[in-house]
Design a protein around this ligand. Structure first.
Ligand code: DGY
Length: 321
């Protein structure tokens, strides 16, 4: 009788995903949903053939080297794979997959929330009410920035960037973008392509960051880039904290060069720079881009489709290493 492959599941997953795992595999669940140390992870992986992981586990070359030889595949429950050293995984003969496509809608929705929340001072208003400090209304009370009709610059026009553009068009925003490659006209849908950030940034009354975290994009959004934005621009980041120089954005939020920022991701999650919470002109969320029931189920099923393919001897659809 064929034994079911043993799968280490590093974090608690949605019930429907864990049920499918229990049906098709011999899973080792993380019932406490606690972050494993490298040593704990290694121990859990003894005799296991696969890991279902999230971006909260760091698969550096060192961690990968310590995994038992039995591990053949890491099926990520994430589109981002910046937590995995892909070259080292290849070297070690471990297949790595991710979950693209399925989180574009949820992340674009959240990007619109960041745009609206930052522009309309949603955190400040909430704090005022929750703190019992709202005592009057006046025509000049808590004025924000209108979103409708403004120019939105998008850095990184992959699947998430494209859905953000679509949603932003419903607010009559004019879409400008920078991407490594220009999109085909039907995908571009009238958006204005910029072949460099130097050209995009001065146009961006609003700026949405959607590029992956790679060595090339680390601290991409730094003081020099910020200086290229129009004064009073609004910036949102639902991609990765590492693409923003946090000192630079904090200074620009203080000076008013950036009028407001909507942030869902940070360099050292879950510890965030206290300045972000102290500043009145930030709208902050705790890495919730893909956090809907529908999307988290879809991410889990996509990760399991990849796992199924590997164990059936097929090429997984979302192989990244
Ligand atoms: C992703 O899929 O990369 C999200 O950030 C959640 O990990």
């Amino acid at each position: 009788m064929n034994r079911k492959p043993v799968v280490v599941v590093t974090r608690k997953l949605p019930p429907a995903v864990e049920q499918r795992l229990a049906r098709d595999y011999a899973p080792r669940f993380n019932t406490e949903d606690r972050l494993y140390t490298t040593e704990e992870l290694r121990q859990h992986c003894e005799g296991a053939q696969a890991i279902v992981a999230t971006h909260t586990e760091k698969f550096s070359a060192d961690v990968l080297a310590r995994l038992p030889d039995s591990v053949r595949v890491i099926a990520n429950f994430s589109v981002g794979v910046d937590h995995c050293d892909l070259a080292a995984a290849r070297e070690r003969g471990i297949v790595v997959t991710n979950t693209p496509d399925v989180l574009a809608d949820a992340t674009a929705e959240l990007t619109m929330l960041l745009i609206l929340g930052a522009a309309r001072r949603a955190s400040e208003g909430e704090r005022l009410i929750r703190g019992g400090r709202w005592d009057s209304w006046s025509p000049t009370f808590m004025l924000g920035t209108q979103v409708t009709g403004k120019r939105l610059g998008i850095v990184g026009m992959g699947r998430i960037g494209q859905v953000t553009a679509k949603r932003a068009r419903a607010f009559d925003m004019q879409i400008h973008y920078h991407n490594r490659r220009r999109l085909d006209p039907e995908l571009e849908a009238g958006a204005v392509y910029h072949d460099s950030l130097d050209s995009l940034l001065p146009q961006s009354e609003f700026l949405a960051l959607h590029c992956p975290n790679t060595p090339d994009t680390r601290d991409l959004f730094n003081a020099d880039r910020i200086a290229q934005l129009p004064d009073g621009a609004i910036v949102v980041n639902s991609a990765r904290g590492n693409i923003v120089d946090e000192d630079a954005i904090i200074a620009a939020l203080r000076s008013g060069k950036i009028r407001a920022a909507g942030l869902d991701v940070y360099k050292k999650e879950p510890r965030i720079r206290p300045e972000f919470a102290e500043l009145a002109n930030t709208f902050l969320l705790p890495h919730l881009g893909s956090a809907t029931h529908e999307t988290r189920d879809a991410m889990g099923f996509r990760a399991l489709d990849n796992l199924d393919a590997v164990f059936a001897g097929r090429e997984p659809g979302d192989r990244v290493a």
